[in-house]
Design a protein around this ligand. Structure first.
Ligand code: PRX
Length: 647
């Protein structure tokens, strides 16, 4: 590749990248303000976060900044009354933002829709009224299983506006996963679309929805609202199914915003953990809105004329915090693109940046690595000069991808914000700011107000350069309220994992002599495939639900594009070939089976039959041993939260 020599030179000669003086001078937080923020956060972290809360509008201010009497069930801004949607929309209608573009949406075929803040406000109000007319109110649960359409933003805001709780299920999940989520949250309503465009094809989403709702175990869904997007055949089951357009047509564009408590739930978002069942992570209005607003403004340095594009799907936490809520609270213009980055060819991202004059691009290392394969021909054909800042999230950004992005997309002038955070954290926790010295591959330092460290299993800080567990010593406003239906999980799975009353993030990291953090990967049995968290246990239970498989062990192995991919070891049932199938047929069938069970997000790269699997005397599968064998490593090299207790 033509950039290899330059990358090598940059990495060898100049390991630190310095932002241009212009960017530093004009940053929302300049070096002096940054130092003052760090000092203030060190001296009085609550007063620091209180300042951040004052940037937002509240119906009633708080009695205290933090209630830690039930720690780790922390309540931020107790006593306050608020609604995140008041901050994301209502307040802009009385400001100069009223007629500014809030959302620029582009469909994969090239169709476009644009909404000013006022137009978005009116659409949200119409749908909020429609939701009320369907009997949805405060505390009710609504599941959204939708492609990246403007209606996903509208539906999220409308649900939150009336005090109901949304759960997004990413469109790449299967009917079975959708059904599990509907049941787990007790959804009364489902919002979906007939279909969507992906790689030039139309995917029929309504078919999957019908399958999910056909089972007796789909919970108590009373209505299903369908957005007309792809003109595909959609069987409407009356009276359950309703077209979105019919529903909102007659509704008023005004609708009251529910006055909520700071800790009233805003959404539940599922994320994989170490068990077969993903956890429903609960976030609430007050602390979350303070966290996303502060981080978006400081890390991404939002200016009044910015065009901000975060390429995440709304179905992930990045979509919640930095496609929908953060940008709207900050009053910026946000871009949304429905389809594939490779359609009609591998220049779509650069084309969108060029045509809309995107100034800030926040994306995933997997996508960068994928686009790098096509060389620099595509970015060179587009005008990317509007870009001022870049960002990455979700997985380690390897220095080669970092430097490629910096040189070829950021014209060697745009600092890259490699942001570390999680579904649980709700907001960015460790990241550079535009003024920071950047080291490719490092997520830099904790942002002011965040107290992170790397410790050993006893909670003792490890020396610089040594790997350990990434922990947070203090609560932060965007933090989750807990796990839906599992009252003890917050304490047991996060705050009691490591001695010393710290939050254990589940990641292995090291800190260098400058205090920069380097994320090495998960410390638990969670894979990170293309930036998506998938539990090995989830994939294993999908595999053993196939009649040909008696035992399964799944590990993540490194991949040059996706960061990690899944490899499965399976013990086959004796009569697995009774129907005359070959091993190749079976492997294909198993792959398809896992896809049907979990969805396209859980793709297994390799499946290897084994006579038996290594286990501890008490029967736990030694995945660490399998991984070490696979990678030719010493099984003790990587700190792990999973105890091979009796190995
Ligand atoms: O392992 C870390 C990795 O992604 C995990 C969180 O995944 P999720 O809850 O799906 O949220 C992803 C989007 C915020 C973390 O525990 N991770 C996230 N950001 C980074 C990262 N690993 C390395 N570098 C990052 N910037």
């Amino acid at each position: 590749m033509d950039h290899t020599g330059a990358v090598d030179a940059l990495l060898q000669e100049e390991r630190v990248f310095r932002p241009l003086p212009q960017i530093v001078i004009e940053a929302n937080v300049n070096p002096q303000e940054y130092r003052m923020a760090l000092e203030k956060a060190e001296q009085d972290v609550l007063s620091y976060w209180e300042d951040a809360a004052h940037e937002l509008d509240w119906f009633k201010k708080w009695d205290a900044v933090l209630d830690d009497s039930k720690a780790p069930q922390y309540t931020w801004f107790p006593g306050a009354k608020c609604n995140i949607v008041y901050n994301a929309l209502d307040r802009h209608i009385d400001s100069p933002n009223k007629n500014k573009l809030a959302l620029i949406w582009e469909g994969e075929p090239g169709d476009q829709r644009k909404y000013t803040y006022y137009e978005l406000y009116r659409e949200v109000n119409r749908f909020a009224n429609a939701l009320r007319s369907l009997g949805i109110g405060r505390g009710d649960h609504v599941v959204l299983y939708m492609p990246l359409l403007p209606e996903v933003t509208i539906a999220m805001l409308a649900v939150a506006k009336i005090g109901a709780v949304h759960t997004l299920v990413y469109g790449g999940y299967s009917a079975k996963v959708l059904r599990d989520r509907l049941r787990d949250v007790g959804a009364k309503l489902l919002v979906t679309a007939d279909g969507f465009y992906r790689n030039g094809k139309v995917i029929n989403l309504k078919h999957i929805v019908d399958e999910a709702l056909s089972g007796a175990d789909a919970g108590g869904v009373e209505s299903c609202v369908v957005v007309h997007r792809a003109n595909v055949e959609a069987e409407m089951h009356e009276p359950r199914d309703l077209w979105y357009a019919d529903l909102v047509r007659r509704e008023s564009p005004e609708s009251p915003t529910e006055v909520l408590n700071t800790d009233d739930p805003l959404f539940i978002l599922y994320s994989s953990g170490t068990t077969g069942t993903p956890k429903g992570i609960v976030h609430s209005h007050g602390g979350y809105m303070v966290g996303v607003n502060r981080t978006l403004n400081w890390v991404f340095d939002i200016k009044p004329t910015d065009i901000f594009w975060c390429t995440a799907d709304a179905g992930w936490i990045t979509g919640h915090s930095y496609v929908v809520y953060g940008p709207l609270i900050a009053g910026t213009t946000t871009v949304m693109y429905e389809g594939s980055a490779l359609y009609p060819q591998a220049d779509r991202l650069w084309d969108v940046v060029d045509r809309y004059g995107v100034t800030i691009l926040y994306t995933a290392p997997t996508l960068i690595r994928m686009l790098m394969r096509y060389g620099t021909q595509y970015p060179r054909q587009k005008d990317l000069s509007t870009l001022r800042l870049l960002g990455t999230v979700g997985e380690p950004c390897n220095p080669e991808a970092w430097v490629w992005l910096y040189k070829n997309i950021g014209h060697s002038e745009c600092p890259i914000m490699d942001t570390w955070w999680q579904t649980e954290s709700g907001m960015i926790l460790i990241s550079p700011l535009p003024l920071s010295l950047l080291k490719p591959g490092s997520v830099n330092r904790p942002i002011p107000g965040i107290d992170a460290d790397v410790v050993d299993a006893q909670g003792q800080p490890v020396p610089a350069g040594k790997g350990g567990f990434l922990v947070l010593r203090q609560p932060w406003p965007g933090m989750m309220r807990g796990i839906h239906g599992a009252p003890d999980a917050l304490r047991e799975d996060y705050w009691e994992r490591i001695p010393g009353g710290v939050y254990c993030a589940g990641d292995v990291a090291r800190k260098d002599a400058d205090g920069y953090f380097w994320i090495q990967g998960r410390a638990d049995e969670v894979m990170n495939i293309a930036g998506h968290r998938i539990g090995t246990a989830e994939v294993e239970s999908a595999l053993v639900s196939h009649k040909a498989v008696t035992e399964a062990a799944v590990i993540g192995v490194p991949d040059s594009i996706k960061g990690e991919v899944a490899k499965a070891f399976v013990v086959l049932a004796e009569e697995w070939d009774a129907d005359g199938a070959s091993l190749d047929d079976l492997v294909r069938a198993l792959r398809a089976h896992v896809r049907a069970e979990l969805g396209s997000v859980a793709e297994i790269k390799t499946i290897e039959p084994r006579a038996s699997l290594p286990r501890t005397p008490s029967g736990k599968i030694l995945r660490r041993l399998l991984r070490a064998e696979e990678l030719g490593e010493d099984p003790g090299d990587m700190p792990s939260l999973v105890q091979d207790d009796d190995a």
